[in-house]
Write a protein that binds this ligand. Structure first.
Ligand code: YK8
Length: 177
């Protein structure tokens, strides 16, 4: 896998969790810029295992000339029971893109860790892996992996930039930046 984001933000852990994992205006705006449309999300629901889960469905816009312009996607997010409100959050998200070539071979697993650093700061880590459900032919596998990494890198670099903008807005005028 790869670590795409690993940085301390001047945003509390709780605020970061809410920005990324609730129906926040930050997420709505970011999805808008990424041309991710038709988003539906179930509420967080506690499982027998003690974890919380929710499922998102949406349509992504793809700018890879090898692939169609749009794909529907399903994302299942798991908030681990070891998470502690305001302190530490670990979320795994599995993303299935249903309308891209070889979609039945692979999915993407993203792991988000939000760790409290101080009252107003947290560290965000986003770790990503491309997973295979079926073993494709070697050339196909490297093709899928290469195209997935480039799309993921672009997405998470953009997310990090938008979070830095959000941080600047939040700390502006608060006097403790
Ligand atoms: C989520 C991983 C792969 C996919 C894409 C597929 C290429 C197909 C390869 C062929 C387009 C928002 C990605 C990047 C689409 C976007 C997905 C996003 C960024 C040529 C064999 C959508 C996180 C996420 C996870 C997986 C990403 C897809 O929050 O390259």
């Amino acid at each position: 896998g790869r670590l795409f984001v690993n940085r301390v933000f001047h945003i509390s852990a709780e605020k970061m969790f809410n920005l990324l994992f609730s129906d926040s205006s930050f997420t709505r705006r970011f999805m808008d810029i990424r041309k991710i449309t038709g988003i539906t999300a179930t509420p967080w629901k506690k499982e027998a295992s003690g974890c919380m889960k929710r499922t998102l469905n949406y349509t992504i816009t793809i700018n890879n000339p090898l692939v169609g312009k749009f794909s529907t996607a399903t994302e299942t997010q798991t908030l681990y029971k070891e998470s502690r409100e305001g302190q530490y959050y670990m979320i795994d998200s599995e993303v299935y893109t249903h309308d891209v070539p070889y979609h039945d071979y692979f999915y993407t697993q993203n792991r988000y860790c939000i760790i409290r650093n101080s009252k107003h700061k947290c560290r965000l880590r986003i770790y990503t892996d491309v997973k295979y459900k079926k073993q494709p032919w070697g050339l196909v596998k490297s093709f899928i992996t290469k195209n997935s990494w480039s799309g993921l890198e672009d997405y998470f670099r953009h997310l990090e930039a938008e979070l830095l903008d959000e941080e600047a807005e939040l700390t502006q005028g608060s006097g403790d930046a």
